[in-house]
Design a protein around this ligand. Sequence first.
Ligand code: SF4
Length: 369
Amino acid sequence: MDRHLSLTGLEEKRDALVARTLRWWVRARRSLAWRAAPGTAPDPYRVWLSEVLLQQTTAQAAAPYFQAFVEAWPTVEDLAAAPLEAVISAFAGLGYYSRARNLHACARAISARGGRFPTDEASLRALPGVGAYTAAAIAAIAFDRQAAPVDGNIARILARLMALETPIAASRSTIAGAARSLAPPARAGDFAQALMDIGATVCRPQKPDCGSCPLKPDCAAFRSGAPEAFPRKAAARPRPRRAGAVFFAHRGDGAFLARRRPPKGLLASTVELPGTAWTGDGPGAAFADAAPVAARWRRLPGAVEQVFTHFSLSLSVYAAPYEGGAPDRHFWVMREAVGEAGFSNVMRKAVAHAIRGAAFRHGGDVIVS
Ligand code: SF4
């Protein structure tokens, strides 16, 4: 497609592209648990829930979460009535926990409206945790509004259609304008879902299958002969490293000490092993002050590594047997309950590392006592 002109000016061309894409979708659409069967009305609750669960993950990874959510809470009112901790636990492993809190807050807001979602983008955006993309996706898919959601997959497709020479991060308004120009007045939801499916199955980041793509006749990246060279990449910035230490105080019956993180900030409200702050300098000598109780701490071999969006983390793990009481703001978690306790991914890894290491309780040096 010849840059913006063809996306904004030529309605006929747009209509042909949309019609081809919708025909392709009839035969190639993915069957996803949250999608309404062809010819049936979508359930806004399932549309909203799926879009929140799908943020920053794949349909395959989100599917079991979606299933668990709709089984536990079949309606938005059920979800609104659930305890926040249960929602955070069900969300664990899907990334940023502020999203679980917003999901719950949004369910409550909808429940307070009698269970009815607003149907226009502006009102949807006013809901907790609903950004521009999610509002457009719900408006288009659940309410057939002429809206143009742009997620990472759709941005890639549009950058390729126009063979944009600037990276996606620097082309957001061009891409959003192109998406709006393409969104058809009818069946905008089907068109958006068709683009999502093209992004997931055809116009993949690597090795796009241009031969099966309904957008090929309009695609400038395809015509260039090197579609994979688009979108252009931004220069990579090095990811800073942080380090910290966590403490695994374990009882003879298999319980260990844990605490909950603050309700705001990284991994908000998730359960964690007590430990130091995560800093660029690492815990240093001050780490002993962060031990939750006085015990014969020994450092376990190895470390737990985790990559976050803005930094990578290395956690040392200290373990000690401890039979005293839980200090303030700490509580006991049984080993077999780790899956349901609301730990983040990194803390699950730290607990697994600690359990493995603490099994050799007579080895290693005593570091703090
Ligand atoms: Fe992507 Fe190729 Fe389709 Fe262009 S023709 S949108 S590069 S799959």
